[in-house]
Design a protein around this ligand. Structure first.
Ligand code: MRU
Length: 360
């Protein structure tokens, strides 16, 4: 039977002008590939979390804006660019916190602006190439994060993760899960605890699913059980992903992450953030500047339950992310190396190293 690792989280069918995604809202029960052919359905897929996770959103946006550009019939650059900009801003409005969305769209926009002297048809080809490169880069970046993360671990360790920063959130390997997958390949025999991650259950539905599918020893826990599991000495390190890292190391990730970090600090367990440099926003000085997405009340009161479980009329506060202060983060693992506090210095060094290389 086809496993989730035989499927692509995000792909492009250029011939059919369609963005292909695994519908993550159906997992683990159904493995359905959606073919998205218009901008509204791509926007909806991002907003409704049919495709989710910061890097996967970035790759979807890159293919999405390419498809939008392909549809534009104007051959005059100014007329083409006016429509391109409108499509770019529309996609960018789907979700605010994961910086990879605007990062990928900015990168695609850069291709258009840098080639404005060329015929529009040529620009479209360059956009296609750039979108494929963003995806290929995502795979290389996740693998490098996996190697850098694994170097911090020993065989037989107990790990804990929150939300899904896995293969389903990226093009391959995941970020927080990459050291787990590489460890599995190399016989490390990790034991992984997955927080279920209320309210949308990305940990239960997605992380527990992909880790068990990979044959990794996995235990699902409710979010409020992490301190108890830590107290019993079952967790040697926490690995989480991120949606936006500020220049001082403050990190926005799925709601509940900061509570895991607090518990890890209490039990002196290293707390690692796995961060592609595309998720580090050096223009954002501190976590206080990060726009936290608020989501509909129904996600808390009734979604995933057969019957509504909360009283009608109750007020609901449903932020999708929280910010973990830098002081709770042991290290930030990037594709260019591991950054330790003080992050304002070490993250700058990581970017200097990146500039010396070929990646954007
Ligand atoms: C490598 S994915 C990192 C983050 O995007 C992930 O941890 C997360 O918070 C995802 O939130 P989601 O709302 O499911 O998109």
């Amino acid at each position: 039977m086809e496993t989730i690792f035989d499927m692509e989280t995000v792909a492009l069918d250029d011939e059919d002008s369609a963005l292909l995604i695994i519908d993550q809202t159906q997992l683990p029960g159904r493995r359905e590939i959606l073919r998205l052919k218009d901008q509204k359905s791509i926007w909806n897929a991002i907003y409704l979390l049919q495709v989710r996770g910061a890097p996967a959103i970035g790759v979807s946006a890159a293919f999405g804006i390419y498809l939008a550009a392909k549809e534009i019939t104007e051959t005059d650059f100014e007329a083409f660019y006016a429509k391109f900009e409108a499509a770019r801003d529309y996609l960018d409005s789907a979700r605010p916190t994961a910086v990879n969305l605007s990062w990928a769209l900015r990168r695609m926009d850069g291709v258009v602006r840098a080639n404005k002297e060329k015929p529009v048809e040529e620009i479209k080809k360059l956009l296609l190439k750039e979108a494929h490169e963003i995806k290929a880069e995502d795979i290389r970046v996740c693998r490098a994060i996996g190697e850098n993360g694994l170097a911090l671990l020993k065989p037989g360790m107990g790990l804990l993760t929150h939300c899904n920063a896995g293969q389903l959130a990226t093009s391959k390997y995941g970020t927080a899960t990459a050291p787990m997958y590489l460890g599995q390949e190399r016989g490390y025999d990790f034991h992984v605890f997955c927080d279920e991650t209320r309210p949308l259950l990305q940990g239960a539905r997605l992380t527990a699913f992909e880790l068990t599918e990979a044959g990794i020893d996995t235990t699902l826990i409710c979010d409020n059980m992490a301190p108890s599991v830590m107290k019993q000495g079952w967790v040697d390190a926490v690995f989480v992903g991120c949606d936006r890292v500020a220049a001082n190391g403050d990190t926005a990730n799925k709601i509940g992450t900061s509570y895991v970090a607090l518990a890890a600090k209490q039990f002196q367990i290293p707390f690692y953030v796995c961060a592609p440099t595309s998720t580090i926003d050096m223009n954002c000085k501190t976590g206080g500047e990060i726009h936290i997405e608020l989501r509909p009340a129904e996600e808390v009161t009734e979604m995933w339950y057969e019957k509504r479980m909360a009283p009608e009329g109750v007020k609901v506060y449903n932020p999708s992310f929280d910010v973990t202060d830098a002081e709770f983060i042991t290290a930030i693992i990037t594709e260019h190396g591991v950054a330790y506090p003080p992050y304002d210095v070490s993250l700058k060094e990581i970017f200097d190293k990146k500039k010396g290389g070929t990646e954007k």
